[in-house]
Design a protein around this ligand. Structure first.
Ligand code: ATP
Length: 309
């Protein structure tokens, strides 16, 4: 369990993390979201012992990050932003070195290194120095060192940054698998909202160091302007104005030269049956009619814009 209680960090007069509180339970993959400079990395650095908080407290599996940081660090694997240090080391040597730092020796060390190498598929580059690897492979080496000692908690700062779509997919699968099979806690910071829908069981949104929202991706999507909106794809453009008179319809967006309508619902209104019925009555040539769950990017923009205002 991760417990964060009123955690605060200042850099001079600037409050980077402001009274932040939330908890993460085993098996959860928490998406930590926020615009640039929101305080995500600073929070992760405090949790992993790289920065000391100015206020509040946090504990990792019961160990306080101020007074028991070594025990807390033993429970955690951390993937910082960017590439791993020690760029002149070869991948295998680097992972063996990290395994030793983690207290692993002999056959145990080799077993852990081999497992991490297999999990992030580094077999082909073991003899290569880290500096000469592509950005994606450097990221994978970072992930391998984070999972090396099979920690209960993984703190991953933008884990899929720089990976190609296949690698992104693979890393997301690995993250989900680690959380579900071994009941780990995974916290990932990301700018990529599709990543939240794809892997996270919960998301926390912060801006200017403050918590703005905390919920499942479904709950956050339900706060979108587009929750329960109806999208109509048409063979021919139509007169969409009368849709505004239907009960529960708030707005109609017309796109793609009139071939796509997005009919936005008033909060809590269900408009799909009425829009479908109207399209049938008017004999519109409908290619597709679908209802939206909501758009995370819309929620994210509105939450962070409200905070900036
Ligand atoms: N060592 C530091 N000294 C001074 N200010 C800092 C330091 N580290 C971070 N900051 C400031 O604290 C704020 C939060 O930064 P942080 O890196 O935590 O944000 P972030 O949410 O991780 O952003 P990004 O998504 O761009 O990585 C920013 O305004 C940043 O400029």
């Amino acid at each position: 369990m991760i417990k964060i209680n009123s955690l605060t960090k200042r850099f001079g007069d600037h409050v980077a993390v402001d009274n932040l509180s939330f908890e993460v339970k085993p098996g959860e993959v928490l998406g930590f979201l926020g615009p640039n400079g929101a305080g995500k990395s600073t929070t992760m650095k405090m949790l992993t012992g790289f920065l000391t908080p100015d206020g509040g407290s946090a504990s990792i599996c019961g160990f306080d990050i101020r007074t028991q940081i070594l025990q807390a660090q033993q429970q955690m694997g951390y993937l910082p932003e960017g590439a791993p240090c020690y760029g002149d080391m070869r991948v295998k040597g680097f992972l063996e070195f990290i395994a030793e730092v983690r207290g692993l020796r002999g056959a145990d060390k080799q077993r852990h290194v081999a497992r991490a190498v297999e999990q992030v598929e580094l077999q082909g580059v073991l003899g290569q120095s880290i500096d000469t690897l592509s950005k994606g492979f450097k990221r994978r080496v970072g992930l391998a060192q984070a999972i090396l000692h099979d920690p209960k908690v993984l703190i991953l700062d933008e884990p899929t940054d720089g990976l190609d779509p296949n690698q992104k997919h693979q890393v997301r699968q690995l993250i989900q698998q680690l959380a579900s099979d071994s009941n780990k806690i995974v916290v990932i910071s990301t700018h990529i909202l599709e990543e939240v829908s794809a892997v996270c069981s919960r998301a926390v949104v912060i801006a200017r160091g403050r918590l703005l929202a905390d919920g499942t991706p479904d709950e956050l999507e339900a706060r979108s302007n587009y929750h329960q909106a109806v999208t109509v794809l048409l063979q021919q453009p139509v007169d969409s104005q009368p849709l505004l008179a239907l009960p529960g319809v708030k707005e109609v967006e017309v796109e793609h030269g009139g071939h796509q309508l997005t009919v936005i619902a008033e909060p809590d209104a269900v408009i799909f049956p009425a829009v479908g019925e109207y399209a049938r009555q008017q004999q519109w040539q409908v290619k597709e009619l679908s209802v939206e769950r909501g758009r995370l990017d819309d929620v994210f923009r509105r939450l962070t814009a409200e905070e900036a205002a």
